[in-house]
Design a protein around this ligand. Structure first.
Ligand code: 4AZ
Length: 675
């Protein structure tokens, strides 16, 4: 069943000029029999004056399942400039996106950019073509009502857009990529020669540097780049500074035919020995750092000289050693000052009890068989006692219904339940293999993390991590499977590798295909809430010294803030970087929930927990998802506290990793697997 609704004239192949539009509507019988896809197509001619177009239904809201195209042409000596004064579509580019091409066909090798989400009017998206043609595609999938976009386009002389580079001889100056802060055009080359008299050094600082392109290794920068003194720079950098030890310097900028970005803005200033850091702070080491970085709690100079002799601000904690740290780091279980002073004064009044989240309550709340602290810590450390009531959250519930008031009673090698059910199913969490990136981690030894699994998608190889729960069940993250592309949810498209250390070595490795993928029914693709999946193997694993299950914590299990746990995976070794070949491990600390909520700006739910370091530097990254956050209990076993889920970038300051909280979903795991 195919029918067309034609609005205005049709047929894109006819040589039609301004604003010719055809909308086709047709059924898509493959996966949504009753959903129609709306197609629209426009041909526009750019002139010197600004003209506009907008997404269908703007500003009320664009329809789901639409495929719209705008082809823009200009006369030969011109290029096309396109600006979006208003842009608000779905946040997830998997669902809805705008892609812009430096050609008339949607050819990836000539893509200028692809965008989704919302942009503030202060930072509108603005791009330029390298020639006299441009194509805009708008693809939508979701039903969510978003206004769409408004676009302005015009033709400008090619010579004006491509103008860049030159000789700079003033004592100081600023230069930028072409059309900055708009996106630079594709296929442009610029060269700046800075030559200043009477200066021994010539420092150049990039205040903004964004030359990001999909599929580019920032160590190679084989596509768009800035080149200074023989080194190519690309990607996104918050602080790039280069100093020439002469009075001249050449800066080259190159953009290829595909994908452009905001580019850069750079400032140079001739070196004055009497004022080596004009308008910045002079570190003892000779480095200049932004004045605002002085006394901010971070060692920006590298020698701590920006963090000494500080008068702490109101929102800062004064460490005993003279450092200032953000106040919300106080009493979070992490030694931020370096001398523990931020963790020392954490007690309450003498007759009070301090809950794990810092709240002070009267002492008699402790072990009164009532949960007074939000985290249950007032009852968690009580002596083991058998209780008649099972109302308490942290009580371990035995199989026969008896409750044990003991923290983390399960699998601790002590029989606490009279039916001994707390020690049943505990053949987990041990590392029998006797041995003689994660960002900021180290290579793991063979057999060191026997529950770690690599999940490989079709022919593209390792995509996510998982952990072994039993011979037939693995635990992973829902977002590895529930994506825009339904193929990721098909079990036969995946292979699992257990007992692996090196992604290219298969000795001792057991490969299994998947029989079933169960993602949590409440998994939310926007918020990553309930990011958990259970994978049933098509054939049981045979446990060996290097293939073992990890223990699942009871829903009452407490992993206190400050506890050190381990993350493992073959994910990217740094943000935007390549995945690891050898399994990486890193130790991270459980972060207090209040702090977690502050640093994620309220984006965590009770199904999530934060772990890592607010200082940054050590974290899970892309490709580690689905892997375990494993914690060693003194009783001698490893328990899985979390599943690698999300985070803002990787290993950034104040942006710890966010994990699915396994205890919260323990009952769901039991319901689905019987484990
Ligand atoms: C990811 O993209 C991802 N830094 C996983 C973990 C983190 C960030 C991203 C945490 O799979």
């Amino acid at each position: 069943t195919l029918h067309y609704i034609t609005i205005l004239a049709v047929l894109p192949l006819m040589n039609l000029s301004l604003c010719t539009l055809s909308i086709k509507e047709r059924a898509t019988p493959d996966y949504m029999p009753f959903r129609r896809v709306i197609y629209c197509f426009y041909r526009l001619e750019a002139a010197q004056g600004v003209q506009t177009f907008s997404s269908p239904g703007y500003p009320t809201g664009y329809p789901a399942k639409s495929r719209c195209q705008w082809q823009i042409r200009a006369s030969e000596e011109n290029v096309i400039v396109l600006k979006f004064p208003f842009f608000h579509i779905e946040d997830d580019c998997f669902d809805d996106f705008v892609s812009i091409y430096d050609s008339l066909s949607p050819d990836d090798s000539q893509a200028i950019t692809e965008k989704c989400g919302q942009r503030p009017p202060s930072n509108p998206l603005e791009v330029a073509s390298s020639g006299n043609i441009m194509l805009i595609n708008f693809i939508t999938d979701t039903e969510t009502q978003r206004p769409g976009f408004e676009a302005e386009y015009k033709a400008i002389p090619k010579t004006q857009v491509m103008r860049c580079g030159g000789v700079l001889s003033d004592k100081e100056g600023t230069f930028t990529s072409p059309r900055y802060p708009a996106f630079y055009p594709p296929a442009v080359d610029c060269k700046w020669t800075i030559q200043v008299c009477n200066t021994p050094f010539l420092p150049v600082k990039f205040n903004m540097f964004r030359i990001k392109e999909p599929g580019v290794d920032v160590r190679k920068c084989h596509k768009d780049y800035v080149e200074i003194m023989g080194t190519k720079y690309c990607g996104e950098m918050s602080s790039l500074a280069v100093t020439s030890i002469s009075n001249s310097l050449t800066v080259i900028f190159h953009s290829d035919e595909s994908y452009t970005d905001k580019g850069f803005s750079a400032h140079y200033s001739a070196y004055d020995p009497s004022n080596p850091c004009p308008n910045t702070f002079a570190c003892r080491s000779g480095l200049c750092v932004g004045k605002e970085l002085k006394c901010d709690g971070w060692n920006d100079c590298g020698d701590m000289s920006d963090e000494t002799q500080c008068k702490c601000a109101k929102d800062q904690f004064a460490c005993d050693n003279g450092l200032c740290k953000p106040k919300f780091w106080e009493c979070d279980g992490v030694n931020d000052c370096g001398d523990w002073s931020d963790e020392k004064q954490c007690s309450c009044e003498e007759n009070e009890w301090r809950c794990g989240d810092g709240e002070c309550l009267p002492q008699d709340v402790v072990c009164d068989s009532k949960r007074d602290c939000d985290d249950g810590s007032d009852e968690a450390s009580c002596k083991s006692c058998k209780s008649q009531s099972c109302a308490l959250f942290f009580f371990f519930k035995c199989k026969d219904g008896e409750c044990v008031n003991k923290v983390n009673a399960e699998c601790d090698r002590v029989n606490d339940c009279s039916d001994e059910s707390d020690e049943v199913g505990c053949g987990c969490g041990t590392r029998p293999y006797k041995l003689n990136r994660i960002v900021g981690g180290q290579n793991a030894a063979f057999g060191e993390w026997p529950w770690q699994v690599s999940l490989a998608y079709q022919t593209t190889g390792h995509a996510c991590g998982a952990s072994i729960l039993s011979e037939t069940w693995l635990l992973s993250a829902a977002h590895c499977f529930a994506t825009f592309d339904t193929n990721y949810g098909v079990p036969s498209n995946w292979q699992t590798y257990s007992g692996m250390q090196d992604l290219y070595k298969f000795d001792g490795v057991q490969q299994r295909s998947l029989k079933r993928i169960i993602t949590h029914p409440d998994y939310n693709r926007m918020t990553f809430d309930y990011d958990i999946a259970l994978l049933e193997l098509s054939k049981p694993l045979e446990f060996t010294n290097t293939i073992q299950p990890i223990c699942l914590p009871a829903s009452s299990h407490v992993f206190p803030a400050g506890m050190s746990c381990w993350i493992t995976g073959w994910g990217a070794l740094r943000e935007g970087g390549q995945k690891a070949q050898i399994l990486q491990k890193a130790s991270v600390k459980i972060i207090n929930d209040t702090v977690c909520n502050v640093v994620t700006e309220g984006q965590v739910t009770s199904r999530m927990l934060c772990s890592g370091f607010l200082m940054g530097g050590i974290d899970a990254c892309q490709g580690d998802s689905g892997g375990p956050l494993a914690c060693f209990e003194e009783s001698g076993k490893w328990f899985q506290a979390g599943i690698v889920s999300w985070g803002e970038g990787c290993a950034r300051r104040n942006k710890p990793g966010v994990y699915t909280r396994v205890t919260k979903l323990r009952d769901w795991i039991k319901k689905e697997t019987g484990i």
